[in-house]
Design a protein around this ligand. Structure first.
Ligand code: ADP
Ligand code: 5GP
Length: 213
């Protein structure tokens, strides 16, 4: 048995609030963190690679995986299907490493309600203002004006689910949000349920204690 059980760390936000940037910083801080590469039916953006950002699947392939129970969660977002393959998540947390998810609120609820839900830690990232959210989406320069407008329209839907999350951070200053995120993750790793080896330790303490008498 490993000393600790991995966490399922779920990061959600309206598109453009800074979730991917924060996820990259978290992974740079702890290279042992494994990113859950989702499957999607959307087309790759320039620079995206199959197996790195996403597994790019056809709708038939995606639905086959769902049917065979291979997804921990799945959802329809912006007209495309997205889902988190379950196998790698189970292997990683059993090996004592955390898994980082970039999923929407529908994914958060399904992961929380799954058999792995007790190991979930969910964090919602809010933008400081809607004006700044739009500015960030535009400055990223990855999407057309039409896609940006669609994402802005969807952003309230995502924000309105903030109350489902364990922690909510306002991503105003990037460095200070990053520090808060690291503090949360460090503390949550100490949860009793994340430390299966504690039981054995307490048993040893008990044996020592009984030897005293
Ligand atoms: P998301 O993954 O939530 O869609 P990104 O991480 O891609 O968002 O961030 C969108 C844009 O905003 C990027 O250009 C990123 O560099 C920038 N950004 C992220 N966080 C901040 C911040 N705290 N202050 C200013 N710009 C930020
Ligand atoms: P994008 O197309 O910009 O990469 O992602 C669009 C949205 O889909 C984001 O809100 C992202 O969090 C969400 N998403 C990405 N992968 C998954 C997934 O596996 N499951 C769910 N439920 N949402 C996902």
């Amino acid at each position: 048995m490993t000393d600790r059980r991995g966490l399922l760390i779920i990061l959600s936000s309206p598109s453009g609030a800074g979730k991917s940037t924060l996820a990259s910083r978290l992974m740079a801080w702890d290279p042992g963190l494994k990113f859950s590469v989702s499957a999607t039916t959307r087309a790759p953006r320039p620079g995206e690679e199959h197996g790195r950002e996403y597994f790019f699947l056809t709708e038939d392939q995606f639905k086959g995986q769902v049917r065979r129970g291979e997804m921990l969660e799945h959802a329809h977002v912006f007209g495309n299907f997205y889902g988190s393959p379950a196998g790698p998540v189970r292997d990683t947390i059993d090996a004592g490493q955390d898994v980082l998810f970039d999923v929407d609120w529908q994914g958060e609820i399904q992961i929380r309600n799954s058999d792995l839900g007790k190991h979930a830690l969910s964090i919602f990232i809010l933008p400081p203002s809607i004006k700044e959210l739009r500015r960030r989406l535009e400055s990223r320069g990855q999407d057309s004006a039409e896609v940006i407008s669609r994402r802005m329209l969807k952003s309230w839907d995502e924000i309105s689910h903030w109350g489902y999350y364990d922690y909510v951070l306002i991503n105003d200053d990037l460095d200070s949000t990053e520090e808060k995120l690291k503090t949360i993750v460090s503390a949550e790793r100490m949860r009793r349920i994340q430390q299966p080896a504690l039981q054995e330790h307490v048993r040893k303490l008990q044996a020592e204690f009984e030897d005293l008498s």
